[in-house]
Design a protein around this ligand. Structure first.
Ligand code: ZN
Length: 217
């Protein structure tokens, strides 16, 4: 493959949770560091964290990252000063608005190699912006598979569990502070709660494949 040398570009690392996205991001960052390239790493301000933090993987490796405000549709504070870093990485990109797409385009236009990691599906199995737009506009896309927690098949979906029960299809896409856990599951084993939700309670479970829902909360 002929490498791009005259401009920047965008790489997307996507797939379900527990598919090794952050580990792959860290692997690419280590290679850039060994090559002596300048690197900037950003992560969203979920859980009200601010300032500097580390991105880490389940394998235990870490990298210093700058936390940036991911609320709203305004410009993202990842553009920095020129000259732009040779490599700009964004982890947990699914927590950003679509403003991330324009920011990555600007960085790539300026000559940076932009590496974006994030899950591409909501817990309902639907496209989770901004990853779909990033995957369409990127030069390179890798979609990683996890292992289904139920049957061991390759897993592409995020199973949200609340109190051990499958989340309801009408739950908001992003829940902050909820008592939730996630598993990677395959298409067959992925389950959504459906039906009545009296007083916000858990709905009756359905083994049917998830049905589309327009409600994002
Ligand atoms: Zn399965």
């Amino acid at each position: 493959m002929h490498a791009i040398t005259r401009s920047g570009w965008i790489e997307v690392i996507s797939g379900s949770m527990f598919s090794g996205k952050t580990e792959e991001l860290l692997r690419r960052l280590r290679r850039a560091e060994v090559a002596g390239q300048s690197v900037a790493v950003y992560t969203p301000a979920v859980d009200d964290r601010y300032g500097e933090t580390t991105i880490g993987s389940h394998a235990g490796r870490q990298w210093e990252a700058t936390v940036i405000d991911n609320e709203g549709e305004g410009p993202l504070d990842i553009l920095g000063d020129e000259p732009a870093p040779e490599v700009v990485a964004v982890d947990e990109a699914n927590f950003f608005s679509n403003a991330l797409v324009a920011a990555c385009e600007t960085l790539a236009d300026r000559g940076s190699r932009v590496i974006v990691s994030g899950t591409d599906q909501t817990f309902r199995g639907e496209p989770f912006e901004p990853l779909p737009q990033l995957m369409a506009t990127a030069e390179y896309v890798d979609k990683l598979q996890a292992i289904c927690s139920q049957c061991g098949e390759p897993a592409s979906r995020n199973q949200r569990l609340i109190g051990g029960e499958p989340a309801h299809v009408d739950d908001p896409t992003i829940l902050v502070g909820a008592d939730e856990t996630y598993e990677a599951r395959c298409r067959d084993c992925h389950v959504l709660g459906t039906g009545e939700r009296p007083d916000g309670g858990r709905g009756r479970l359905s083994g049917e494949p998830d049905s589309p829902s327009g409600s994002d909360g």
